[in-house]
Write a protein that binds this ligand. Structure first.
Ligand SMILES: Nc1ncnc2c1ncn2[C@@H]1O[C@H](COP(=O)(O)OP(=O)(O)OP(=O)(O)O)[C@@H](O)[C@H]1O
Ligand SMILES: [Mg+2]
Length: 397
């Protein structure tokens, strides 16, 4: 055996070993890839250029209720009889024709009459080394539960909003009752007086006319309050431009009699700022917060102190800052983080639903794109020390 033969022998053996090594490596990589595809937490499948399934992982079989891959491989969507087959075929064709992926879209797959799944799908064209499209690769995830939960949440939110509208309507009716008490009593007193004078035959034309005028004025006032409240209940569908002082005047008019009744003094410190906003929403927010302060005074019996609600607003950069501060003792530290949650209330059922501040927060953050917070505070006013809550609202101008 010549030296060259021996060298050739060793060289070929080395070559053979290298090849074997490469083959082992390839097999390992292929096995790993298959394991990854099979165990990926998402359904994966691929089709050839004619739309026939060429492979999938077991998650896809579970998703479309098939027992094994034989039931899938070689079949087309039309063979599997999905009612949505036309859309699937259309998408596949478009993706292959344009060589453009379609990513992250939601579609429906009807498995049978009782099972409809909502899935999030991404499909990409499969392209060989020569740039030719040879099929399609798809990833899809069952999001039926998430979508259902989301819908349920949305329904719940709608219900809460409806309830809180009803609740604030209830509060408003209580306010109307307050506004009406005095004029109704005037009307009733005057009418009874006229009747009595007539019965006793001591009626005097001039007195009667005066009384009728006053009755008339008061009925007009009653009808005016109804209009004010009716306007307030109209949901604003568009923003309008309003000066903050006008807005406050409107608000205070709606609750003035309740404030007077409870001996609560409003202290204003306001800049007159023009703001583009949903007017009724803002009035509703003011009223909810002021009503809460009125309620808080009921529980906070500090007899030697006057009851104040301070309302401040100012322009800071491009924001309107509103502060509504009371001296009703503040909110317990343990609950202050919960007051904006729906149904959180410390009042009994007949007094509160716990939706007032939730609604304020919704309106401020979602509708008016601002933010609202509650802070306990101690402060001095006219040389006296007070404890209370500040509601601070910041709105973009
Ligand atoms: N100014 C305040 N001072 C003290 N506690 C307050 C004040 N404002 C709110 N709270 C507390 O926050 C809780 C939640 O207020 P929220 O307005 O959401 O509901 P509510 O007033 O209890 O009921 P609703 O407004 O639905 O009639 C109140 O029950 C009260 O305990
Ligand atoms: Mg309230």
């Amino acid at each position: 055996m010549s030296l060259s033969t021996i060298l050739l022998y060793f060289f070929s053996k080395q070559q053979f070993n290298n090849l074997q090594e490469e083959k082992n490596q390839l097999t390992k990589t292929k096995d790993l890839l298959e394991t990854i595809i099979e165990n990926a937490p998402i359904s994966i499948f691929w089709k050839d250029i004619n739309g026939a399934y060429q492979g999938s992982n077991k998650r896809l079989l579970e998703l479309i209720n098939l027992n094994n891959k034989e039931e899938l491989i070689g079949k087309k969507d039309s063979d599997l009889n999905f009612p949505e087959k036309e859309e699937f075929v259309y998408d596949d064709k478009l993706i292959m024709d344009t060589k453009k992926a379609k990513l992250n879209y939601t579609e429906k797959v009807t498995i049978n009459k009782n099972i409809v799944r909502i899935v999030n799908t991404s499909k990409v064209p499969l392209i060989d080394e020569n740039g030719h499209v040879i099929g399609i690769l798809a990833l899809t995830q069952d999001i039926t539960d998430q979508v259902n939960n989301l819908n349920q949440l949305k329904e719940q939110e709608k219900l809460i909003i409806q309830q809180s509208r009803l609740a604030s309507m209830g509060e408003m009716i209580a306010n109307i009752a307050h506004q009406w008490r005095q004029p109704l009593s005037i009307i009733s007193t005057l009418a009874t007086g006229i009747k009595l004078e007539k019965e006793l035959k001591i009626s005097d034309e001039k007195n009667e006319m005066e009384a009728l005028d006053i009755i008339n004025q008061n009925t007009q006032y009653l009808s005016k309050t109804i209009d004010d409240f009716r306007n307030y209940f109209k949901k604003s569908n568009y923003m309008n431009s309003i000066f903050t002082n006008d807005l406050l005047e409107k608000t205070l008019k709606l609750i003035s009699s309740r404030l007077k009744d409870k001996n609560i003094e409003i202290i204003l410190n306001t800049e007159n700022i023009e703001i583009e906003t949903y007017e009724n929403e803002l009035v509703q927010i003011y009223i909810n917060i002021i009503n809460n302060a009125i309620d808080a005074f009921e529980n906070f019996k500090n007899l030697d102190s006057k009851k104040y609600i301070f309302i401040e607003n100012k322009k800071v950069d491009t924001f309107l800052e509103i502060e509504i501060k009371d001296n009703a003792g503040g909110i317990d530290d343990e609950i202050i983080n919960k007051i904006f949650e729906p149904y959180f209330t410390t009042k009994d059922e007949t007094q509160g639903t716990g939706l007032g501040l939730f609604m304020c927060n919704e309106l401020v953050t979602k509708h008016l794109k601002g933010n609202i917070q509650a802070i306990n505070t101690t402060y001095t006013y006219l040389d006296k020390k007070y404890k209370g809550t500040i509601f601070k609202i910041v709105l973009p101008l």
